[in-house]
Design a protein around this ligand. Structure first.
Ligand SMILES: Cc1cc2nc3c(=O)[nH]c(=O)nc-3n(C[C@H](O)[C@H](O)[C@H](O)COP(=O)(O)OP(=O)(O)OC[C@H]3O[C@@H](n4cnc5c(N)ncnc54)[C@H](O)[C@@H]3O)c2cc1C
Length: 196
C-alpha cells in the first residue's frame, strides 16, 4: 500500500538499508559467511556476504490440511472470502492463518473474522441466509525504531481502515506504546476470552 510504503521507504533511506526484493534463499555457506540467492524473475544466482543472517522460512499450510479435500491448490482451506464458508463443504468454515482469505494473515484480521464465522455458522444451523460479511480488514504494526511504530490497517481493496483520527502512516510513539503495553492486555483479556 503506497500510503504505508512511502513512510517505510523513508525509514529505509534513513537507516541506509539496501533492499533486494524477490530473492529466494538457496544456500548458506557459514564458513565463508555467504548466502546464495535466486532472483525470482530472472532466475539468476547471486552471492551475498553477510555479518549476521536472519532467515524466516516461507509460510505454508500444515500437512494435514494441505493433503485434505478442504484445501485449495496452494494447500489453504478454500473458503468464500466474505462469508468464510467453505466453497465445497457448506458445513465447514475457516478463518485465520489456515484459510485462503486473500488478506495479510494476522491476529487482528482474525479478531474481525471470528464474529463473521460464528454468525454465519449459527445462521446456517438455523437455515437462514449467511448475512455476516468479512471485508478483509487486517492490521500490521510495523516497528520502525526503539520507540516508533506505523500502525497499518487496511481491507481487501487496500483502502486504509484506520482506527484513530490521525494519519497512521506516520511513525508514532503513541502507536508503539499501544503495541507494547495495551495490545497485549487486549489480546490476553479480550480476544482470547472471546470478549472482543
Ligand atoms: C513473528 C510473528 C509476529 C506477528 N505479529 C503480529 C502482530 O503484531 N499482530 C497481529 O495481529 N498478528 C501478528 N502475527 C500473526 C498472528 O500471530 C497469526 O495470524 C495468528 O496467531 C494466527 O492464529 P491462528 O489461530 O489462525 O493460527 P495459529 O496461531 O498458527 O494456531 C494454529 C494451532 O494449530 C495447532 N496445530 C497444528 N497442527 C495441528 C494438528 N495436527 N492437530 C492439532 N493442532 C494442530 C498449532 O500448534 C497451533 O497452536 C505475527 C506472527 C508472527 C509469526
Amino acid at each position: 500500500m503506497k500510503k504505508y510504503a512511502d513512510t517505510l521507504e523513508t525509514v529505509i533511506a534513513r537507516k541506509q538499508i539496501t533492499t533486494a526484493y524477490r530473492r529466494n534463499l538457496l544456500e548458506i555457506r557459514p564458513l565463508t559467511r555467504e548466502a546464495v540467492f535466486e532472483h525470482l524473475d530472472t532466475g539468476e544466482r547471486e552471492v551475498m556476504r553477510y555479518d549476521m543472517l536472519h532467515v524466516t522460512p516461507p509460510m505454508g499450510p500444515p500437512a494435514f490440511l494441505r493433503e485434505s479435500p478442504l484445501a485449495d491448490a496452494d494447500g489453504w482451506a478454500d473458503v468464500d472470502k466474505h462469508t468464510l464458508q467453505h466453497k465445497r463443504y457448506p458445513n465447514v468454515f475457516a478463518l485465520g492463518d489456515c484459510s485462503n482469505l486473500p488478506t495479510s494473515k494476522t491476529g487482528a484480521a482474525i479478531r474481525k473474522q471470528a464474529p463473521v464465522a460464528v454468525q454465519n455458522l449459527l445462521a446456517l444451523m438455523r437455515g437462514a441466509p449467511l448475512a455476516a460479511r468479512y471485508d478483509g480488514y487486517t492490521s500490521c504494526p510495523l516497528v520502525t525504531g526503539y520507540n516508533k511504530l506505523v500502525l497499518a490497517e487496511y481491507d481487501y481493496t487496500l483502502t486504509p481502515r484506520e482506527t484513530f483520527p490521525f494519519d497512521q502512516a506516520k511513525e508514532r510513539w503513541s502507536m508503539y506504546v499501544l503495541k507494547k503495553d495495551l495490545l497485549p492486555v487486549m489480546y490476553w483479556n479480550g480476544m482470547l476470552k472471546g470478549r472482543m
